[in-house]
Design a protein around this ligand. Structure first.
Ligand code: HEM
Length: 196
């Protein structure tokens, strides 16, 4: 089920490699971040709140990247000029990812696409999908530290959804856990063989 309309988005595509992480290992990771069925329910609620605000969320995240030369560098050519088409194509996939985080079942297909996204941030596959010549890898230290802005900034959007504070907090916690889970899986290409 490769999705039409979003350049390079390959969720469910046949040619994707199988994730080296097993469903059993995923289950233990879910337990480790305290991710429960209640979180799945609150993530779906968060998806409904965020759905109509995706462009604003993306504007905020992209504004954050644009304001930091050490981050926009990874979207730039050899002369250090941001590659607009690259930014735009990735933005489409990033936007779709927000809904995938909230709505997709975390099954084998999902796991396989997390493996693909991991490779796309790492030297194995970065730049290939969009045919660009940008830096070859996002350093692991930025992958991990980016969890904070990606988490902190969604709260104001969740607050605008008209839900009581207690539900806003639960949606936000579920989002935080989900982002940690994603980035944990995306850290695999950086780990020494046998150390993930
Ligand atoms: C691609 C999310 C960290 C730069 C993507 C995509 C998503 C995403 C959803 C598109 C995946 C797809 O192809 O379907 C995130 C999240 C991060 C994170 C949630 C951490 C919490 C970073 C950091 C940078 C970065 C720190 C550095 C500026 C990029 C680039 C691509 C990309 C350049 C395109 C990679 C390619 O060539 O295919 N990211 N990202 N990301 N991200 Fe990140």
């Amino acid at each position: 089920m490769a999705e039409a309309g979003i350049p390079g988005y390959a969720y469910g595509a046949r040619e994707l490699a199988r994730s080296p992480v097993s469903l059993e290992e995923l289950d233990l990771l879910r337990q480790t971040v305290l991710f429960t069925e209640e979180d799945e329910r609150y993530l779906r609620m968060a998806g409904d709140v965020l759905e109509g605000r995706l462009d604003e969320v993306l504007d905020l995240w992209y504004g954050f990247v644009a304001d930091h030369p050490h981050l926009v560098y990874y979207f730039s050519d050899r002369e250090g000029r941001p590659i607009e088409e690259y930014l735009e194509r990735v933005r489409g996939r990033f936007k779709r990812w927000v809904l995938d985080v909230c709505r997709r079942p975390y099954d084998q297909q999902w796991l396989d696409y997390q493996h693909e996204i991991a490779l796309r941030h790492a030297r194995e596959k970065k730049n290939r999908t969009d045919g660009v010549e940008a830096p070859e890898e996002i350093p692991l230290r930025y992958m991990i530290s980016f969890i904070y802005p990606i988490t902190a900034t969604v709260r104001r959007f969740l607050e605008d959804g008209g839900h009581p504070e207690e539900e806003v907090e639960k949606m936000h916690q579920a989002w935080f856990k989900a982002v940690v889970l994603h980035v944990t899986l995306w850290s695999r290409p950086y780990a020494r063989e046998g150390s993930f």
